[in-house]
Write a protein that binds this ligand. Structure first.
Ligand code: C2G
Length: 129
């Protein structure tokens, strides 16, 4: 079984998120999504509208997703890849180069982002910052 992992906040789940999850799944058979906890989001300087539990529940309902785990820090990726026996690490193009150090553990793939949709823009459009 070929296993893929990806990481993110995935707040206000939108078609940009769905597209990357769909594309990521095409690299194997089993997709794990590590979703940022509320505490880690603070470290990332992000304030999600939905709590970690809500974002986790929504992701677990997405047909491409096989397992959701918490992303609690920047350092957990290597141990995640080893403990879950990951074959492919996938991130959006905006992260290109940031995770090349993982190439010694698994394949690293950066996928094109979906243009024109962004959680921060959705919040602005709805009058929430
Ligand atoms: N994404 C996308 N297209 C968009 C918006 C997001 O392809 N229009 C992708 C991002 O490139 C990322 C994933 O969806 O791969 C999740 O995006 P975010 O929730 O913004 O995640 P981010 O804050 O980038 O957190 O350790 C990695 C971090 O947790 C990534």
């Amino acid at each position: 079984m070929k296993k893929i992992i990806t990481y993110g906040t995935f707040d206000l789940l939108h078609t940009g998120h769905l597209n990357i999850l769909k594309l990521a799944k095409e690299y194997g058979d089993y997709l794990i999504v590590a979703v940022s906890t509320d505490e880690f989001n603070e470290l990332k300087g992000k304030k999600a509208y939905y709590t970690y539990e809500q974002r986790r529940a929504i992701l677990e309902a997405v047909r491409y997703v096989d397992k959701v785990i918490p992303e609690e820090n920047w350092e957990q990726k290597i141990s995640d890849i080893i403990s879950y026996k990951i074959d492919v690490f996938v991130m959006g193009e905006d992260w290109r180069g940031n995770f090349d150090f993982l190439k010694q553990y698994c394949e690293v793939v950066y996928l094109p982002r979906t243009v024109g949709i962004l959680t921060t823009q959705i919040k602005k459009d709805l009058g929430r910052t």
